[in-house]
Design a protein around this ligand. Structure first.
Ligand code: MN
Length: 242
């Protein structure tokens, strides 16, 4: 089982969740929200071989974390995966939109200097600007759009740019979520939980539950779940190639 986007350090009992995640999942990407959180989380999760901690700078808290940008840039050479990074275009984050954009672009440019990275990207309400910057700056990075919720046009652009899409059970709850998912090529889909924030029936989703999307995707495409599982494993291997 694979979870490409989990806030593993933010569950009420992170060590117990990490322990079980490490047992149940062959790979879990623990995204972080700031470089200091990456430092602490990397230390705490270092015994767990099936958990990789991604270096993050969450767009919704850039105002508080902008002082850590230099630290972030200095840590880039040490990691293979960056996330959660991106831009949030929600009204409540309008006030720091320019700052978000500046930080996102700075990170994309720096990542290219080291041959590109795997990027787990937040693009809520900002699909177009995120994709334009990926097109401009991220020639060598492999992009995973996490919980993509953009327009059909933006989806087409993302597909043409070669992006992967990490989808979780919560993203497939709404009809719109399933409609978007139906338009994503099967060879670009990866599972995520986005827990503990993402919830189903009022309960946080755990990393070992991200596999629920296999059945949902199988239903959407009317093909056996086993075929989806095989495809997702292939997608994961391709993401990690090169
Ligand atoms: Mn997230």
């Amino acid at each position: 089982m694979i979870d490409m986007h989990s806030h593993l350090d933010l569950y009420p009992n992170p060590l117990a969740v990490a322990e079980k995640t490490n047992e149940c999942n062959s790979f879990t990407l623990a995204v972080t929200t700031s470089p200091r959180a990456w430092q602490a989380t990397s230390r705490i999760f270092s015994p767990y071989k099936n958990i990789t901690v991604a270096l993050g700078m969450h767009p919704e808290i850039v105002q508080q974390k902008v002082g850590e940008l230099d630290l972030f840039l200095n840590l880039i050479p040490k990691v293979k995966i960056l996330g959660e990074i991106g831009i949030d275009g929600s009204t409540r984050n309008n006030g720091n939109f320019q700052l978000q954009k500046k930080i996102f672009v700075t990170i994309l440019i720096e990542a290219e200097k080291f041959g590109g990275k795997i990027l787990s990207i937040h693009s809520r309400g900002a699909g177009e600007i995120v994709l334009k910057n990926i097109m401009k700056y991220s020639k060598n990075s492999r992009v995973i759009l996490h919980w993509f919720s953009g327009t059909i046009e933006e989806l087409k652009m993302a597909i043409s740019l070669g992006c992967f899409f990490s989808l979780g059970p919560a993203a497939l709850l709404s009809r719109r979520g399933r409609e978007l998912a139906a338009k994503i090529p099967l060879d670009r889909i990866l599972p995520e939980s986005d827990g503990p924030f993402a919830m189903v029936n009022g309960k946080s989703i755990f990393p070992w539950e991200s596999k629920q999307i296999h059945q949902s995707i199988a239903n959407i495409h009317k093909i056996p779940e086993r075929q989806i599982s095989i495809q997702i494993k292939k997608n994961f291997d391709r993401l990690n190639e090169s």
